[in-house]
Every structure is written in C-alpha cells, then in structure tokens.
Design a binder for this molecule. Structure first.
Ligand SMILES: [Zn+2]
Length: 265
C-alpha cells in the first residue's frame, strides 16, 4: 500500500462505485428529520451567530495539493471531512452522526440519487443540519470521456437541481475520480465553484471495507497531516466507522474545519 496510490494524484478513486451505484435506489425515508428546521431561517436578531458564520471572512483556502491551509492566523491543525456519492443509502445517517459530534463536512452529491421526493428530502435534511452541499456531477461519469457539451450538462444540470431543492448553488466541485478537463475547470469557474480533489481516502478499496479497517487507516495513515482533506463515501462500513474516525482524529489533536470558512470565488 504505497502512499501515493491513495491520493488524488492518480485517478483510481471509486473503482467500486459502479458496482454500487446501480443497486436499487432504496427509499431511505427520514420523514421526521427533514422538516424540523424550516421555520428557523427567518430573521431573528437575537440569534444571529449561525447566520453570521456563513457570511464571515474566509479563514482558510484550498492549496494546490487540495490541503486546507490557514489564510492568516487560523488554527493550522485541522482536517476537512468530505462525503462523496451522496445521498445514497447512508448519507442521512452519516449526517446525523456528524451533527451529533458537532463536526462540519461537505457532502458531494450526485443527481442520479435525487430521483424521488423522498431523496430530495434527504438532501434537504442534510443541508438543513448545516452541512455544505458540493457538486459531484449528475451521473458520476468519467468526465474526460465525454464531449464538452455533456461535461457542461453533468455539472450545470446538477447545480440547477440542487438549487431547486435547497435554494442554493454549490460552491465546491469535485470531479468523479478527481478527473477534470480544461473544460470542466472552465465550467466550474463560470459556475463560481472552487475545485476540490482530496488528500487521502481508502473506503473504496477492498482491504478497507470494514468498520475496523477503515477507522484504523483514516486515523493512522502517514498521509494525515495538518490541512488534510479526507475523502469518504456514502457506504455502509464508513457510516459505521464515522464516529470512531472523528474521535480518533480528535485524540490526535485535530480540529474539523468548517467548509463555510474556506475561501471560494
Ligand atoms: Zn464519487
């Protein structure tokens, strides 16, 4: 297991995605959780901390190795959690786990999961828990194989769909397998999205598809360092491991960066 094979410098991410994504789109209804927060977004001068956080000056930026680095004096020993290929079967559960632990994250979502009102409710629920929603393309294709027109559709049509559901367009774009083209970079720029690959991730590899194995490698990999951008997926073993991963990272002294504090343009 060489270090570089786990990073986004190559394009081996998510070999197992295709095996999973065509499984039945189970209605993972979460009726109770999704509607709780609808009334809380209105103006309320007495409780503006949550809102002001969204509009405050960025404290971090994404560097050219996809690490999250402080702009000025922000805490350096942070990691960013990202959950890709959501909301499939475990996204809502993972959001609840992170919410309980008070850990922010970006959920990079695909349009092909958002095919029913129930699945749209799942996305809305994740968003209303305070998580950022990123664009991971509509159908999770390998973008360099597509025409430029299709590349544009994969990105822009998902932004339109997400905006229809949560009334906000994504600010981050992550290409499947980390495989951008000059054209997708241009489209992301025109859509005012910041590109984001990742530092390391393992949960699509056969050796790490148990709770114990994925917890151990996510916390103890030699690739873990200040600013690491951690890639995980909406998968059963990762969902089971998530609390232990968070606790393990905290035990090593890492804080979790709020993606809303990362500079976008
Ligand atoms: Zn993916």
């Amino acid at each position: 297991m060489s270090g570089c094979s786990q990073s986004s410098d190559n394009v081996n991410e998510e070999n197992s995605t295709n095996e999973i994504k065509d499984e039945e789109k189970r209605d993972n209804e979460q009726d109770n959780e999704t509607d709780d927060n609808e009334e809380s977004a209105e103006e309320d001068d007495g409780k503006e901390e949550n809102e002001s956080e969204k509009t405050s000056e960025p404290l971090y930026e994404v560097d050219d190795t996809w690490s999250i680095v402080p702009i000025d004096n922000a805490e350096e020993k942070v990691v960013l959690l990202t959950i890709d290929d959501a909301p499939d079967k475990y996204g809502v559960e993972m959001a609840h786990t992170l919410n309980k632990l008070d850990v922010p994250a970006i959920f990079f979502v695909n349009g092909h999961f958002l095919t029913t009102p129930e699945k749209e409710d799942e996305l809305r629920g994740i968003y209303e828990m305070g998580f950022m929603i990123g664009n991971h393309t509509y159908n999770h294709p390998f973008l360099p194989d597509l025409t430029e027109e299709k590349q544009s559709e994969e990105i822009i049509e998902l932004n339109d769909l997400i905006e229809d559901i949560i009334d906000e367009r994504p600010k981050f774009f992550r290409a499947p397998n980390g495989a951008n083209t000059d054209h997708t970079k241009q489209v992301a720029d025109e859509e005012n999205m910041t590109l984001m690959n990742w530092s390391y991730g393992y949960d699509w590899e056969e050796d790490y598809q148990t709770k114990e194995a994925i917890t151990d490698i996510m916390v103890n990999t030699e690739l873990l360092t200040a600013g690491s951008n951690l890639l995980m997926h909406d998968r059963e073993w990762t969902a089971k491991a998530l609390e232990d991963i968070v606790n393990g990272l905290r035990e090593q002294g890492y804080e979790f960066v709020d993606p809303k504090l990362i500079k976008t343009d």
